[in-house]
Design a protein around this ligand. Structure first.
Ligand code: NDP
Ligand code: ZN
Length: 372
């Protein structure tokens, strides 16, 4: 039985050596502030970052941690300064819980890059409280990082869009518009996009690049087992990067490559750079374990004057824009629904770590599990 509002309940990991042994645990929420909203959670997607976090792949757990940052639920409490929401609204929360909202980055819709950003779990608030995520009965978040969900999206599809979808939408929107404008100046209508790593983020990237109207979207995967699915998602072509010589046969192909792989251990970055057109860009949203580094030689850039860049999450404005596009174009993320329990949390994290998700798990049945 949930004991909200004094305590929340969630499936917590106490130590990264126990990363696949989550336990149903009660914990105190953060102090309630004037702009905060409490959400009773209905479902939550399972992101590759949840796996990296519980494994301690980036840094150690800062406390007992409940992961999950693809949250959908119902507003059950609003602070006195909340203006966007009322009790009962269906809303979503992604990977960010707070920023200063006052710096140059925040004011230009770049909240994920705010120096005072607090992420949805395993991240410290100014008072030292460690944020707790969405494999839980409730979550408490500043309203700026709570997103209104249009009626046309099922909750289990909206969840994965809150982190995975937004994280790929932001660079696709920003970079591709720039390339499209430049190409147009030279009379070229097409923009060729490559999406690397067809997991949760990669699958949504293929779908969102198509929804944005791009007509040459390639899925790049290590093997060929995802080819049929990628084409059904809308990809215009499929490339197996595990095949010898793939890069040689795709020289001067891509304007933009978005790397969505959860590890670069099996990727040859020199090969990816060599497939870019003149001044093409390779951008990585994929975040492998901290002990992995990009290894590229200067010679890989010089032939095409290409660049490497990166991107983190997306802004509130971009999330709202993405949700409108998803409704307008009827985008449906490829989701496997799994009722939440200690066993299922451990199973989905294990499968996600092995790259076995086809393509996004969404944990469901929260009201039964937490008796909310
Ligand atoms: P998934 O596990 O769903 O998918 C990852 C994909 O990466 C796999 O399907 C696989 O694609 C590929 N892959 C797996 N292992 C390797 C390997 N050793 N070498 C090369 N490719 C591999 O993860 P998500 O889509 O949820 O997340 C992807 C990455 O994005 C993670 O690192 C995550 O932490 C990060 N992320 C970053 C964010 C940001 O703001 N930048 C936000 C959210 C997530 P295939 O089989 O097709 O090769
Ligand atoms: Zn995520």
């Amino acid at each position: 039985m949930s004991t909200y509002p004094e305590t929340f309940q969630g499936y917590a990991i106490d130590n990264s050596t126990n990363w696949n042994k989550s336990k149903l645990t009660s914990y105190a929420p953060k102090a309630f502030e004037a702009n905060d909203i409490d959400i009773e959670i209905e479902c939550c997607g399972v992101c590759g970052s949840d796996f990296h976090t519980v494994k301690g792949n980036w840094w150690e757990l800062r406390s007992l941690v409940v992961v999950g940052h693809e949250i959908v639920g119902k507003v059950v409490k609003v602070g006195p300064s909340v203006t966007h929401y009322k009790l009962g609204d269906r809303v979503g929360v992604g990977a960010q819980a707070r920023s200063c909202l006052n710096c140059v980055r925040c004011k230009r819709d770049n909240e994920p890059y705010c120096k005072a950003a607090v992420f949805t779990y395993n991240s410290a608030y100014p008072d030292g409280y460690i944020s707790q995520g969405g494999y839980a009965s409730h979550v408490r978040v500043h309203e700026h990082f709570v997103f209104p969900l249009p009626e046309g999206i099922k909750s289990e599809h909206a969840g994965p869009l809150m982190c995975g979808g937004l994280t790929v939408y932001s660079p696709l929107k920003r970079f591709l518009e720039r390339v499209r404008d430049t190409n147009k100046k030279y009379g070229e209508e097409d923009v060729t996009v490559g999406i690397v790593g067809i997991g949760g983020l990669g699958s949504m990237a293929v779908q969102l690049a198509k929804a944005l109207g791009y007509t040459k979207v390639y899925a790049l995967s290590r093997g060929d087992s995802k080819k049929a699915d990628a084409l059904k998602m809308g990809a215009d072509g499929f490339i197996t990067t595990g095949e010898k010589g793939w890069a040689e046969s795709h020289q001067d192909t891509f304007d933009f490559i978005l790397n969505c792989a959860s590890s670069i251990s099996e990727l040859d970055l020199n090969a990816f750079l060599s497939t870019l057109k003149f001044e093409g860009t390779f951008s990585s949203v994929g975040l492998g374990p901290a002990n992995e580094s990009f290894s590229v030689s200067a010679g890989s850039f010089i032939g095409n004057r290409s660049s490497m860049t990166s991107s983190g999450l997306g802004s509130r404005a971009e999330c709202i824009e993405m949700l409108n596009l998803v409704v307008e174009k009827g985008v449906i993320p490829w989701v496997e629904e799994v009722p939440i329990s200690e066993t299922s949390v451990n199973e989905v994290l294990t499968k996600c770590g092995k790259g076995e998700a086809r393509y996004r798990y969404c944990l469901t049945n929260f009201h039964e599990a937490f008796q909310t």
